[in-house]
Design a protein around this ligand. Structure first.
Ligand code: XMP
Length: 326
Protein backbone atom coordinates (compact mmCIF):
# COMPACT_ATOMS: atom_id res chain seq x y z
CA UNK A 1 0.00 0.00 0.00
CA UNK A 2 2.89 2.35 0.77
CA UNK A 3 3.50 3.03 -2.92
CA UNK A 4 -0.07 4.34 -3.07
CA UNK A 5 0.84 7.25 -0.79
CA UNK A 6 2.20 10.42 -2.29
CA UNK A 7 5.47 11.26 -0.54
CA UNK A 8 5.43 14.65 1.16
CA UNK A 9 8.65 15.50 -0.65
CA UNK A 10 7.10 14.99 -4.10
CA UNK A 11 7.13 18.30 -5.94
CA UNK A 12 3.88 19.47 -7.52
CA UNK A 13 4.14 19.34 -11.33
CA UNK A 14 3.35 22.93 -12.24
CA UNK A 15 5.65 23.69 -15.18
CA UNK A 16 6.49 22.10 -18.54
CA UNK A 17 10.02 21.42 -17.23
CA UNK A 18 8.70 19.46 -14.26
CA UNK A 19 6.26 17.63 -16.55
CA UNK A 20 9.12 16.67 -18.89
CA UNK A 21 11.20 15.43 -15.96
CA UNK A 22 8.25 13.30 -14.79
CA UNK A 23 7.82 11.92 -18.32
CA UNK A 24 11.50 10.95 -18.64
CA UNK A 25 11.48 9.26 -15.25
CA UNK A 26 8.25 7.35 -15.97
CA UNK A 27 9.42 6.22 -19.40
CA UNK A 28 12.52 4.65 -17.80
CA UNK A 29 10.39 3.01 -15.08
CA UNK A 30 7.80 1.71 -17.57
CA UNK A 31 10.50 0.22 -19.82
CA UNK A 32 12.04 -1.45 -16.82
CA UNK A 33 8.68 -2.82 -15.62
CA UNK A 34 7.33 -3.93 -19.00
CA UNK A 35 10.45 -5.12 -20.80
CA UNK A 36 9.43 -6.57 -24.17
CA UNK A 37 5.98 -7.68 -23.02
CA UNK A 38 2.58 -6.35 -24.04
CA UNK A 39 0.26 -3.95 -22.19
CA UNK A 40 -3.48 -3.56 -22.60
CA UNK A 41 -5.35 -0.28 -21.98
CA UNK A 42 -9.02 0.68 -22.12
CA UNK A 43 -8.76 4.07 -23.83
CA UNK A 44 -11.90 6.13 -23.34
CA UNK A 45 -10.45 9.36 -24.71
CA UNK A 46 -10.83 11.08 -21.34
CA UNK A 47 -7.86 13.00 -19.95
CA UNK A 48 -6.45 10.26 -17.73
CA UNK A 49 -6.55 7.29 -20.10
CA UNK A 50 -5.31 9.50 -22.96
CA UNK A 51 -2.29 10.63 -20.94
CA UNK A 52 -1.53 7.03 -19.91
CA UNK A 53 -1.75 5.99 -23.57
CA UNK A 54 0.54 8.79 -24.78
CA UNK A 55 3.07 7.99 -22.06
CA UNK A 56 3.07 4.27 -22.85
CA UNK A 57 3.34 4.89 -26.59
CA UNK A 58 6.52 6.89 -25.85
CA UNK A 59 7.83 4.19 -23.55
CA UNK A 60 6.97 0.94 -25.32
CA UNK A 61 5.38 1.90 -28.68
CA UNK A 62 3.42 -0.91 -30.28
CA UNK A 63 3.73 -3.14 -27.23
CA UNK A 64 0.78 -1.10 -25.99
CA UNK A 65 -2.60 -2.32 -27.23
CA UNK A 66 -5.36 0.28 -26.76
CA UNK A 67 -9.01 -0.73 -26.86
CA UNK A 68 -11.53 2.05 -27.47
CA UNK A 69 -15.10 0.96 -26.81
CA UNK A 70 -17.68 3.20 -28.46
CA UNK A 71 -20.77 2.54 -26.34
CA UNK A 72 -22.87 5.12 -28.12
CA UNK A 73 -22.98 7.40 -25.08
CA UNK A 74 -19.95 9.54 -25.93
CA UNK A 75 -20.11 13.18 -26.96
CA UNK A 76 -20.25 14.19 -30.60
CA UNK A 77 -16.88 13.75 -32.32
CA UNK A 78 -15.16 11.94 -29.44
CA UNK A 79 -14.72 8.42 -30.87
CA UNK A 80 -13.49 9.96 -34.14
CA UNK A 81 -10.96 12.08 -32.25
CA UNK A 82 -9.59 9.07 -30.36
CA UNK A 83 -8.99 7.25 -33.65
CA UNK A 84 -7.51 10.33 -35.33
CA UNK A 85 -5.13 11.25 -32.48
CA UNK A 86 -3.96 7.81 -31.40
CA UNK A 87 -4.04 5.82 -34.63
CA UNK A 88 -3.60 8.72 -37.05
CA UNK A 89 -1.08 10.94 -35.28
CA UNK A 90 0.62 8.65 -32.77
CA UNK A 91 0.56 5.45 -34.81
CA UNK A 92 -0.77 3.51 -31.83
CA UNK A 93 -1.88 -0.08 -31.83
CA UNK A 94 -5.59 0.76 -31.43
CA UNK A 95 -8.58 -1.54 -31.54
CA UNK A 96 -11.81 0.38 -32.13
CA UNK A 97 -14.92 -1.49 -31.01
CA UNK A 98 -18.28 -0.31 -32.29
CA UNK A 99 -20.55 -1.53 -29.49
CA UNK A 100 -23.29 1.07 -29.97
CA UNK A 101 -26.12 -1.31 -30.83
CA UNK A 102 -25.10 -3.74 -28.13
CA UNK A 103 -25.27 -1.11 -25.36
CA UNK A 104 -28.45 0.55 -26.61
CA UNK A 105 -30.20 -2.82 -26.94
CA UNK A 106 -29.24 -3.74 -23.36
CA UNK A 107 -30.50 -0.38 -22.11
CA UNK A 108 -33.80 -0.52 -23.95
CA UNK A 109 -36.73 0.13 -21.63
CA UNK A 110 -34.50 0.59 -18.54
CA UNK A 111 -35.53 3.80 -16.76
CA UNK A 112 -33.98 3.51 -13.30
CA UNK A 113 -30.74 5.57 -13.13
CA UNK A 114 -28.66 3.18 -11.00
CA UNK A 115 -29.79 0.23 -13.12
CA UNK A 116 -28.67 2.12 -16.23
CA UNK A 117 -25.27 2.79 -14.62
CA UNK A 118 -24.88 -0.89 -13.67
CA UNK A 119 -25.74 -2.09 -17.17
CA UNK A 120 -23.32 0.37 -18.79
CA UNK A 121 -20.51 -0.59 -16.36
CA UNK A 122 -21.08 -4.34 -16.64
CA UNK A 123 -21.42 -4.30 -20.42
CA UNK A 124 -18.23 -2.29 -20.71
CA UNK A 125 -16.31 -4.95 -18.78
CA UNK A 126 -17.84 -7.68 -20.94
CA UNK A 127 -16.86 -5.98 -24.22
CA UNK A 128 -13.37 -5.29 -22.90
CA UNK A 129 -13.03 -8.88 -21.69
CA UNK A 130 -14.04 -10.22 -25.11
CA UNK A 131 -11.41 -8.08 -26.81
CA UNK A 132 -8.78 -9.11 -24.24
CA UNK A 133 -9.53 -12.80 -24.89
CA UNK A 134 -8.88 -12.36 -28.61
CA UNK A 135 -5.38 -11.11 -27.85
CA UNK A 136 -2.47 -13.29 -26.90
CA UNK A 137 0.54 -12.76 -24.70
CA UNK A 138 -0.67 -9.75 -22.72
CA UNK A 139 0.94 -9.52 -19.29
CA UNK A 140 0.07 -6.00 -18.18
CA UNK A 141 -3.07 -3.93 -17.77
CA UNK A 142 -2.62 -0.14 -17.76
CA UNK A 143 -5.10 2.07 -15.97
CA UNK A 144 -5.61 5.83 -15.71
CA UNK A 145 -5.93 5.80 -11.94
CA UNK A 146 -5.06 9.19 -10.46
CA UNK A 147 -4.44 10.22 -6.86
CA UNK A 148 -8.00 11.42 -6.07
CA UNK A 149 -9.25 7.95 -7.13
CA UNK A 150 -7.01 6.45 -4.47
CA UNK A 151 -8.08 9.01 -1.88
CA UNK A 152 -11.70 8.47 -2.97
CA UNK A 153 -12.46 12.05 -2.08
CA UNK A 154 -15.68 13.65 -3.18
CA UNK A 155 -18.63 12.25 -5.05
CA UNK A 156 -16.91 11.96 -8.44
CA UNK A 157 -17.05 8.22 -8.79
CA UNK A 158 -13.84 6.36 -9.45
CA UNK A 159 -14.19 5.08 -12.98
CA UNK A 160 -10.64 4.27 -13.89
CA UNK A 161 -10.48 0.62 -13.43
CA UNK A 162 -11.69 -2.36 -15.26
CA UNK A 163 -11.97 -4.17 -11.94
CA UNK A 164 -14.51 -6.91 -12.46
CA UNK A 165 -12.50 -8.74 -15.11
CA UNK A 166 -12.66 -12.50 -14.47
CA UNK A 167 -9.99 -13.96 -12.17
CA UNK A 168 -8.30 -15.96 -14.91
CA UNK A 169 -6.81 -12.73 -16.24
CA UNK A 170 -3.58 -12.50 -14.34
CA UNK A 171 -2.57 -9.02 -15.43
CA UNK A 172 -0.01 -6.99 -13.56
CA UNK A 173 -1.20 -3.40 -13.18
CA UNK A 174 0.54 -0.40 -14.73
CA UNK A 175 -0.66 2.86 -13.20
CA UNK A 176 1.83 5.61 -14.02
CA UNK A 177 -0.41 8.51 -12.92
CA UNK A 178 -1.57 7.13 -9.61
CA UNK A 179 0.21 9.72 -7.47
CA UNK A 180 -0.78 12.72 -9.59
CA UNK A 181 -3.52 15.28 -9.08
CA UNK A 182 -5.66 16.27 -12.05
CA UNK A 183 -3.81 19.52 -12.80
CA UNK A 184 -0.55 17.57 -12.91
CA UNK A 185 -2.04 14.99 -15.28
CA UNK A 186 -3.05 17.88 -17.55
CA UNK A 187 0.48 19.37 -17.38
CA UNK A 188 1.91 15.99 -18.38
CA UNK A 189 -0.64 15.62 -21.20
CA UNK A 190 0.32 19.06 -22.50
CA UNK A 191 4.01 18.18 -22.41
CA UNK A 192 3.26 14.95 -24.29
CA UNK A 193 1.69 17.02 -27.08
CA UNK A 194 -1.90 15.83 -26.74
CA UNK A 195 -4.54 18.19 -28.21
CA UNK A 196 -5.60 20.96 -25.81
CA UNK A 197 -9.28 20.04 -26.06
CA UNK A 198 -8.40 16.54 -24.87
CA UNK A 199 -6.13 17.71 -22.04
CA UNK A 200 -8.37 20.49 -20.68
CA UNK A 201 -11.67 18.75 -21.21
CA UNK A 202 -14.40 19.12 -18.57
CA UNK A 203 -15.29 16.14 -16.36
CA UNK A 204 -17.45 13.57 -18.11
CA UNK A 205 -19.21 10.79 -16.19
CA UNK A 206 -18.43 7.15 -16.97
CA UNK A 207 -22.03 6.41 -18.07
CA UNK A 208 -21.70 9.39 -20.40
CA UNK A 209 -24.75 10.82 -22.13
CA UNK A 210 -26.70 7.82 -20.80
CA UNK A 211 -27.51 9.71 -17.58
CA UNK A 212 -28.39 12.87 -19.52
CA UNK A 213 -31.04 11.13 -21.60
CA UNK A 214 -33.47 10.85 -18.71
CA UNK A 215 -35.35 7.62 -18.05
CA UNK A 216 -35.39 4.88 -20.66
CA UNK A 217 -32.93 5.86 -23.40
CA UNK A 218 -34.28 6.13 -26.92
CA UNK A 219 -32.06 6.70 -29.95
CA UNK A 220 -33.86 9.85 -31.06
CA UNK A 221 -33.68 11.51 -27.62
CA UNK A 222 -30.05 10.41 -27.25
CA UNK A 223 -29.24 12.15 -30.55
CA UNK A 224 -31.03 15.27 -29.24
CA UNK A 225 -28.75 15.19 -26.15
CA UNK A 226 -25.63 14.72 -28.31
CA UNK A 227 -26.51 17.43 -30.83
CA UNK A 228 -27.61 20.01 -28.25
CA UNK A 229 -24.47 19.30 -26.17
CA UNK A 230 -22.32 19.90 -29.26
CA UNK A 231 -24.03 23.26 -29.88
CA UNK A 232 -23.60 24.28 -26.22
CA UNK A 233 -19.90 23.35 -26.26
CA UNK A 234 -19.34 25.18 -29.54
CA UNK A 235 -21.01 28.35 -28.27
CA UNK A 236 -19.21 28.23 -24.89
CA UNK A 237 -15.87 27.86 -26.72
CA UNK A 238 -16.65 30.76 -29.06
CA UNK A 239 -17.68 32.99 -26.18
CA UNK A 240 -14.76 32.41 -23.81
CA UNK A 241 -16.58 30.10 -21.38
CA UNK A 242 -14.67 26.91 -22.24
CA UNK A 243 -12.10 26.34 -19.51
CA UNK A 244 -13.84 28.93 -17.31
CA UNK A 245 -16.98 26.97 -16.44
CA UNK A 246 -16.27 23.72 -14.57
CA UNK A 247 -18.95 21.55 -16.18
CA UNK A 248 -21.65 22.30 -18.75
CA UNK A 249 -23.93 20.03 -20.68
CA UNK A 250 -27.49 19.44 -21.82
CA UNK A 251 -30.19 17.07 -20.63
CA UNK A 252 -33.25 15.78 -22.45
CA UNK A 253 -36.06 14.66 -20.11
CA UNK A 254 -38.59 12.02 -21.04
CA UNK A 255 -41.60 14.28 -21.43
CA UNK A 256 -42.88 16.54 -24.17
CA UNK A 257 -44.59 19.89 -24.25
CA UNK A 258 -46.60 21.75 -26.84
CA UNK A 259 -45.05 24.25 -29.18
CA UNK A 260 -45.59 25.89 -32.50
CA UNK A 261 -43.40 25.58 -35.59
CA UNK A 262 -44.23 27.22 -38.96
CA UNK A 263 -47.73 27.98 -37.76
CA UNK A 264 -48.37 24.34 -36.81
CA UNK A 265 -48.70 22.85 -33.36
CA UNK A 266 -45.80 20.68 -32.26
CA UNK A 267 -45.40 18.25 -29.39
CA UNK A 268 -41.71 17.84 -28.71
CA UNK A 269 -39.01 17.56 -26.03
CA UNK A 270 -37.35 20.31 -24.07
CA UNK A 271 -33.56 20.60 -23.71
CA UNK A 272 -32.24 21.65 -20.31
CA UNK A 273 -28.91 23.45 -20.06
CA UNK A 274 -26.74 22.96 -16.96
CA UNK A 275 -23.56 25.04 -16.37
CA UNK A 276 -21.95 24.88 -12.94
CA UNK A 277 -18.82 25.79 -11.04
CA UNK A 278 -17.39 23.85 -8.13
CA UNK A 279 -14.16 22.92 -6.39
CA UNK A 280 -14.86 19.33 -5.48
CA UNK A 281 -18.32 18.55 -6.93
CA UNK A 282 -19.76 18.30 -3.39
CA UNK A 283 -21.44 21.70 -3.78
CA UNK A 284 -21.84 23.77 -6.93
CA UNK A 285 -22.99 27.20 -8.05
CA UNK A 286 -24.66 28.07 -11.32
CA UNK A 287 -22.69 30.02 -13.94
CA UNK A 288 -24.12 33.46 -14.71
CA UNK A 289 -24.28 32.93 -18.48
CA UNK A 290 -25.07 36.18 -20.37
CA UNK A 291 -28.76 36.25 -21.24
CA UNK A 292 -28.09 37.12 -24.89
CA UNK A 293 -25.89 34.05 -25.23
CA UNK A 294 -28.59 31.85 -23.67
CA UNK A 295 -31.08 33.27 -26.18
CA UNK A 296 -28.69 32.58 -29.06
CA UNK A 297 -28.09 28.99 -27.89
CA UNK A 298 -31.86 28.51 -27.51
CA UNK A 299 -32.40 29.73 -31.05
CA UNK A 300 -29.75 27.36 -32.41
CA UNK A 301 -30.95 24.31 -30.46
CA UNK A 302 -34.62 24.78 -31.35
CA UNK A 303 -33.82 25.28 -35.03
CA UNK A 304 -31.02 22.70 -35.43
CA UNK A 305 -31.94 19.81 -33.12
CA UNK A 306 -34.64 17.46 -34.32
CA UNK A 307 -37.60 16.89 -31.99
CA UNK A 308 -36.90 19.84 -29.68
CA UNK A 309 -39.18 22.86 -29.23
CA UNK A 310 -38.05 24.43 -25.94
CA UNK A 311 -34.85 25.23 -24.03
CA UNK A 312 -34.63 25.72 -20.25
CA UNK A 313 -31.74 26.93 -18.10
CA UNK A 314 -31.31 25.13 -14.78
CA UNK A 315 -30.81 27.80 -12.07
CA UNK A 316 -30.44 25.32 -9.21
CA UNK A 317 -27.24 25.20 -7.15
CA UNK A 318 -26.04 22.00 -5.45
CA UNK A 319 -27.60 21.56 -2.96
CA UNK A 320 -30.48 21.21 -3.63
CA UNK A 321 -29.95 19.88 -7.15
CA UNK A 322 -27.17 17.44 -7.97
CA UNK A 323 -25.01 18.39 -10.94
CA UNK A 324 -26.36 15.59 -13.12
CA UNK A 325 -30.10 15.01 -13.38
CA UNK A 326 -29.93 11.32 -12.58
P1 XMP B 1 -23.64 14.83 -9.02
O1 XMP B 1 -24.69 14.67 -10.06
O2 XMP B 1 -23.60 13.69 -8.03
O3 XMP B 1 -22.26 14.78 -9.80
O4 XMP B 1 -23.71 16.18 -8.33
C1 XMP B 1 -21.02 15.10 -9.23
C2 XMP B 1 -19.95 14.83 -10.28
O5 XMP B 1 -19.84 13.42 -10.52
C3 XMP B 1 -20.06 13.14 -11.89
N1 XMP B 1 -20.82 11.87 -11.95
C4 XMP B 1 -20.31 10.69 -12.33
N2 XMP B 1 -19.08 10.33 -12.74
N3 XMP B 1 -19.81 8.10 -13.00
C5 XMP B 1 -18.83 9.05 -13.09
O6 XMP B 1 -17.72 8.72 -13.49
C6 XMP B 1 -21.07 8.37 -12.60
O7 XMP B 1 -21.93 7.49 -12.55
C7 XMP B 1 -21.33 9.73 -12.24
N4 XMP B 1 -22.43 10.38 -11.80
C8 XMP B 1 -22.11 11.69 -11.63
C9 XMP B 1 -20.84 14.34 -12.44
O8 XMP B 1 -20.67 14.49 -13.85
C10 XMP B 1 -20.24 15.48 -11.65
O9 XMP B 1 -19.03 15.92 -12.21
Amino acid sequence: MSNNVRPETMERITTPELANAFIEEKIAELREQIGNKKVLLALSGGVDSSVVAALLIKAVGKQLVCVHVNHGLLRKGEPEQVVEVFRGQMDANLIYVDAVDRFLNKLEGVAEPEKKRKIIGAEFIRVFEEEARKLEGIDFLAQGTIYPDILESGPVKAHHNVGGLPDDFKFELVEPLKLLFKDEVRAVGDALGLPKNMVYRQPFPGPGLGVRCIGAITRDRLEAVRESDAILREEFAKNGLEGKVWQYFTIVPDFKSTGVIDGKRSYDWPVIIRAVNTRDAMTATVEDVPFALLQHITQRITSEVKGVNRVLYDLTPKPTGTIEWE
